[in-house]
Design a protein around this ligand. Structure first.
Ligand code: HDL
Ligand code: ZN
Length: 398
């Protein structure tokens, strides 16, 4: 009985995961209409800063040499060094192979330019990629202090039901951006600016990424006390991406960020001191995952999401996903893509779905072995909650 049951549940679970519509709650993607910001194709896939970091630390290429190359030559160099001269075994390298495989592109005896041309000939759109991944909508990362990037909200020729917006407020966090603050006479004018941006973009959350000191500053800083009040009035959750240390290698550009520790006692204090604000949190360090999971059990206004950046590795996801289910059941928001290039959605989500299937199957079979009858409809509902409803409900997205 067990073996047949496991086979039945396994197939049904896989089909359900593959057919469930996904809400991707944190990305760096933009609609194709935002021409300077829409990224797709092999040149952009290979210029992903995860791969740049691997090139600069494994292949001995100097940052000066690399960043002096034009974009397509950088892609060619990355292809040569990480995919031709070496076996592409890292998660980011495997992601490229998975993407090319999805489009049935064989890389045998082909150079970067030939593969790039073949992928271009597939001529897929963002909507094709979203359909392949079954993604119904995603949240962009929108910076109100970057005028050119924010100009997206001056136009209406893109799909606001698919590309939802956020308000990224890192510029209001660290002192290094006092230039930004100098543009405003006082805190109230900053709040009025945020109000104006809110009305333009209708964000689903405000967001910051923070290191230890920046987060400690937030807790003491008058401006942030006023922002938290404003967020509460707008019923707008604050996404906190904690434990990043920017530019630990200044020469690496976007590839130079690393892990800074965070004191999650500060997060608990924030949840207690602002019970009417909602906090949508992810931590960068493996060291913080257990404590964050326990905090989610203590604060109704706190939700954790995804496997962020250096946490987004199969070896870590499987173990941490089990821990989160063990402590939080299926109330979790298990993943986001953090994709920067639209094509990356394919590998980031296909990899996660495989792990989700493997982990959940174990839990369903275990329940069944304890005579808890699993109704197949229940599985459908569970997966829809995990991949869509849990995040949308917390963020008040209809
Ligand atoms: O701060 C963030 O939102 C991070 O996700 C960074 O953008 C980081 O560079 C990244 O792309 N991680 O996946
Ligand atoms: Zn991100």
């Amino acid at each position: 009985m067990e073996k047949d049951y496991k086979k039945l549940i396994s197939k049904y679970l896989k089909d359900t995961i593959d057919s469930t519509s996904i809400f991707d709650c944190h990305t760096h993607l933009f609609p194709p209409e935002h021409k300077n910001y829409y990224l797709s194709g092999l040149e952009n896939i290979l210029n992903y800063h995860y791969l740049i970091a691997e090139l600069l630390t494994i292949a001995g290429t100097s940052t000066k040499e690399f960043y002096s190359l034009e974009h397509s030559k950088r892609a060619n160099l990355i292809w040569d060094e990480l995919f031709q001269k070496r076996t592409p075994m890292s998660e980011s390298c495997k992601g490229v192979i998975t993407t090319l495989n999805h489009f049935n592109i064989s890389i045998k005896n082909k150079n970067y330019y030939e593969i790039d041309k073949e992928l271009k000939s597939k001529n897929y759109s963002d909507k094709d990629i979203l359909n392949i991944c079954n993604i119904n909508s995603l949240v962009m990362t929108n910076n109100p202090f970057d005028d050119e990037e924010w100009s997206l909200f001056e136009r209406n020729d893109w799909d606001r039901n698919i590309y939802l917006s956020s308000m990224r407020l890192d510029n209001l966090l660290n002192d290094s951006d006092s230039l930004i603050k100098k543009k405003f006479e006082n805190n109230q004018s900053i709040i009025s600016f945020l109000e104006k941006c809110y009305n333009q973009s209708k964000p689903v959350y405000a967001a910051i990424s923070a290191s230890t000191n920046e987060f400690k500053q937030l807790l003491k800083n008058n401006l942030w006390k006023e922002i938290l009040t404003w967020l509460n009035n707008k019923k707008l959750p604050l996404s906190l991406m904690l434990g990043v240390k920017r530019a630990i290698n200044k020469d690496f550009g976007l590839a130079g960020d690393g892990i800074g520790d965070i004191d999650l006692k500060d997060l608990s204090k924030l949840c207690n001191s602002h019970p009417n604000n909602k906090f949508f949190v992810t931590c960068l360090s493996l060291n913080d995952q257990h404590e964050l999971t326990v905090l989610v059990r203590k604060h109704p206004n706190l939700k954790m999401f995804g496997f962020w950046w250096f946490m987004n590795q199969p070896s870590l996801i499987e173990q941490m996903l089990k821990m989160r289910i063990d402590m939080l059941g299926l109330s979790i928001i298990p993943q986001h893509s953090d994709a920067r290039v639209t094509d990356q959605l394919i590998y980031k989500w296909s990899k996660f779905k495989k792990i989700l299937h493997k982990v959940l199957l174990e839990y369903y079979v275990d329940l069944n072995e304890n005579n808890y009858e699993i109704d197949l409809e229940v599985i459908k509902n569970d997966i829809s909650n995990l991949l869509n409803n849990n995040a949308k409900n917390f963020l008040n997205i209809k």
